[in-house]
Design a protein around this ligand. Structure first.
Ligand code: HAM
Length: 429
């Protein structure tokens, strides 16, 4: 029988990689919890209308990339292509605005987009995101950006660039769109095919075209900053000032227009300058003051971001090996009496909180010792039939090779001393 492969654009997260995932999640959870963000888990599929209305019909995500199907009840449902629309739906449906004027939320989970698959771009990918609902204060924009940077720097990532722009209010954009279309129309025939279509459908997206010819044309295009109303400009300046006050560097990028239609005012992306190739946006986000009303809720200003975990992983893999659980003991045993005792000892130690790997192969001691050396454990526990008869065990510290024999009961009584020694060894690794 032929084997069945995973669907193109999806991949398994194997045990050798899972340490990175857990590490990213634990760093993010700690940083976000410390800033009073609460986790929210929303369904991975929703009514198609939620995304069509929320993200915008003219976007690539809605127009080309959604996994949409009709279910057995004749409903059009869509696998979520991003997290924000679902969070906003949950916010409205569960009356979270009544429970507290401000909601600071975060989430992690799989998202689905039917995109061309390449390094850092999959059809099922994972996002970590946060959303602040209920504040128009520019400090909320700066807070979410600062937390994203905290997470990335705590993970040890370097060579990241924060690109910042303001896309203004819908009124600002209306004015700007006109100026942009006026500028671009004479160049229409020189634009790449996608941009030609965008000229009528979504002209601002032409600004982030990757086509070299189009980029040249766009270089001298009018800038949105010159079309921001005084209030919008002031807000943009406040965000910049507060980022500077926090020591967060940024690059102003007037061509940064995000691929989703709900943004107002602040838009940003965090880009890896090396290590990711073409798909170099580690994360992105911004303010979306109109989305809650667009989806039927009360007027609620909001801001947030999402990061792509697969992209973070690609960067982390270039930096460090996957963090593994520090193993305390590797137990080797051989012989009819010793082997069951080894299992009992392992279980007792695990109950005391030690991380213990029990070699189950019953192979020659030499082979088991080799595996013990490779296991990364602090110490090896050795049980042969002599030890089993005497109720003793050999304790060998794998770093120094120091070895002693002791009654098994002593080992358990000395748990606190052993734990101190292991912690001490681990801290020096
Ligand atoms: P986004 O820029 O579409 O924003 O996605 C955020 C991040 O998800 C990207 O920067 C990228 O790292 C990752 N990503 C997107 N598509 C893929 C893919 N096909 N494969 C792998 N990674 C991918 C949003 O989704 C907004 N909801 C962010 C947001 C939250 N804005 C406000 N709040």
């Amino acid at each position: 029988m032929t084997a069945i492969d995973a669907i193109k654009g999806t991949r398994d997260i194997l045990p050798e990689e899972v340490g990175y995932w857990q590490w990213i999640e634990s760093v993010a959870r700690e940083i976000l919890n410390r800033a009073a963000y609460q986790e929210i888990r929303t369904p991975i599929f929703e009514q198609t209308d939620l995304f069509a209305r929320g993200i915008g019909e003219a976007t690539d995500v809605v127009g080309k990339e959604m996994y949409t199907f009709i279910d057995k009840g004749d409903r059009s449902v869509t696998l979520r292509p991003e997290g924000t629309a679902g969070v906003v739906r949950a916010y409205i449906e569960n009356g979270l605005h009544v429970k507290g004027s401000l909601q600071r939320l975060w989430y992690v989970g799989p998202m689905f987009r039917y995109e061309n698959v390449q390094a850092g771009r999959q059809r099922q990918f994972h996002q970590l995101g946060c959303e602040v609902l209920g504040s128009a204060d520019p400090r909320a924009d700066v807070e979410v950006i600062a937390l994203a940077i905290d997470i990335l720097t705590t993970l040890g990532l370097k060579d990241l660039r924060l690109d910042l722009n303001s896309v203004g209010t819908p009124d600002d954009r209306q004015q700007y769109r006109e100026a942009l279309v006026n500028y671009l129309t004479p160049y229409k025939e020189d634009l790449d095919p996608d941009s030609k279509i965008r000229l009528t459908r979504n002209p601002m997206r032409i600004l982030d075209s990757k086509n070299p010819e189009t980029r040249k044309i766009v270089q001298d295009a009018p800038k949105i900053w010159d079309h921001l109303a005084p209030e919008s400009r002031k807000r943009f300046e406040q965000v910049q000032q507060q980022l500077t006050d926090l020591g967060i560097g940024f690059t102003l990028n007037p061509c940064l227009v995000r691929g989703l239609d709900y943004y107002t005012h602040t838009a940003f992306e965090i880009v890896a300058e090396t290590g990711l190739g073409a798909q170099n946006a580690v994360g992105g986000g911004g303010r979306y003051d109109g989305l809650v009303t667009e989806l039927g809720g009360p007027e609620t200003p909001a801001v947030g971001w999402a990061m792509g975990l697969e992209r973070l992983l690609l960067l982390l893999q270039q930096l460090a090996s996957a963090p593994a659980i520090d193993l305390d003991f590797y137990v080797v045993s051989r012989g009819g009496k010793a082997e069951p005792q080894a299992l009992q000892l392992a279980q007792k130690l695990r109950k005391q909180g030690f991380a213990v790997d029990l070699d189950l192969t019953a192979s020659a001691f030499g082979k088991q010792f080799k595996r013990a050396d490779r296991s990364g454990a602090a110490a090896c526990l050795i049980l042969g039939d002599d030890e089993a008869v005497n109720g003793t065990v050999q304790l060998k510290w794998l770093g120094s090779g120091e070895q002693e024999s002791m009654p098994q009961a002593n080992l358990l009584e000395k748990a606190a001393v052993l734990r101190d020694r292991i912690q001490n060894l681990n801290s020096k690794r």
